[in-house]
Design a protein around this ligand. Structure first.
Ligand code: NAD
Length: 338
């Protein structure tokens, strides 16, 4: 494995040496190569110029080496790749650092490491400030705290949580909800569009996360309500396809009823048809709901349904037949007919 990684570096060095298009060399760091980050880093690397460099880091060495292997085997070309030893090594001298980590404490820990040795000025950005793009779904106030530390150290920090799931990350079709000064859009969009197909500018730093959490709060409630309504209709003797046909041309229509219907057989491509495997994990839904509750409390916004919804996801996740599955498995938790 080590030999392959070295070989990959050599191949990249050679490619760079023979590059005929003189241009500025940009260095990117990508930190957090999990389900989403792995695919995003792969797309970013393949769409960058051979004169650029992508440094990869994850505390899970296997994820780094697996990605290096995949890039080595790929014929897609793209930027040179380096495997970093720490998050600080990855971000050192990088023009742009992208982070994609699970929860607020992971983001805080990664940025504490990065900032512990100070930030070096970006070699290529016009104002010399290194740019940090956090794509993790965390609460806006933790994000602003991290942003404040980065800015105090001389960097620029923006939030760009995404939707589209692992399928969108793999296909490069993610939607990013961006919280950043408008003046940075010309710099941020070209980078984000290498990993997605839409950038929605939501406002100042933190606003991307607020938009993401408001959306996912609605999704959490719609999903339970759809499972309840479908279960109710089936118990009343309605054919689930007939019922979803009515809902989807009526006022109850929503993404869980139309695309991710929880009753097996209603929508062929929905996770319900494959024992609720794949899709958006119930654990992630529970996490986003928790973050929305925290952020709502901080803003003094009253949420009547949040605590009950959280209990539903928590107890569903505690059941063997539901754990680790798509969040539409709430239908099974309710005792729905499959
Ligand atoms: P994941 O758990 O699969 O991956 C996270 C990765 O971060 C892991 O490889 C882990 O080893 C690494 N990591 C943890 N702490 C680290 C540190 N200090 N330094 C470096 N690496 C570290 O998570 P994911 O599914 O890729 O999700 C990432 C973020 O994207 C989450 O905030 C999630 O809510 C959000 N998100 C996920 C999806 C999805 O469908 N999976 C969709 C939209 C948004």
């Amino acid at each position: 494995m080590k030999a392959n990684v070295r070989l990959w570096r050599d191949v990249q060095r050679q490619r760079r040496a023979f590059s005929t298009t003189p241009r500025r060399l940009d260095t990117y760091a990508f930190i957090g190569l999990g389900q989403m980050g792995f695919q995003m880093a792969r797309n970013l690397q393949s769409k960058l110029s051979p004169s650029d460099t992508v440094r990869l880091f994850d505390i899970n060495k296997d994820a780094m080496e697996k990605l290096a292997q995949e890039l080595l085997a790929s014929k897609a070309g793209g930027a040179a790749v380096q495997l970093a030893e720490t998050a600080a090594d990855a971000a050192k001298d990088a023009d742009t650092t992208i982070t994609c980590l699970p929860e607020p404490h992971h983001v805080k820990a990664a940025y504490a490491t990065i900032l512990s040795s100070g930030l070096s000025p970006s070699p290529t950005s016009s104002d010399k400030k290194p740019l940090f793009i956090d794509c993790s779904t965390i609460d806006p106030s933790s994000s602003r705290q991290v942003g404040f530390s980065v800015e105090s150290a001389g960097g620029v920090f923006v939030d760009a949580p995404m939707s589209g799931g692992v399928v969108g990350a793999s296909a490069g079709t993610l939607t990013f909800m961006l919280g950043a000064p408008a003046s940075l859009l010309p710099v941020l969009e070209p980078t984000l569009l290498k990993m997605g197909r839409r950038v929605l500018h939501c406002g100042a730093p933190g606003a991307g996360l607020s938009a993401k959490l408001a959306n996912n709060y609605l999704l959490a409630i719609n999903n339970i309500a759809t499972a309840e309504a479908m279960n109710l209709g089936v118990k009343w003797g309605l054919d689930p396809k007939v019922l979803s046909g009515v809902i989807n041309v009526s006022t109850g229509k929503c993404w869980p009823s139309e695309v991710n219907n929880p009753v097996p057989g209603v929508v062929d491509t929905a996770p319900a048809g494959r024992d609720y495997k794949g899709g958006f994990g119930i654990g992630l839904m529970k996490k986003d709901l928790k973050l929305a509750i925290i952020a709502a409390r901080e803003a003094g916004a009253r949420l009547e349904l949040a605590d009950r919804a959280r209990e539903v996801y928590e107890s569903a996740e505690g059941e063997e037949g539901c754990r680790g599955r798509d969040f539409s498995v709430v239908y099974r938790y309710l005792g729905g007919e499959e």
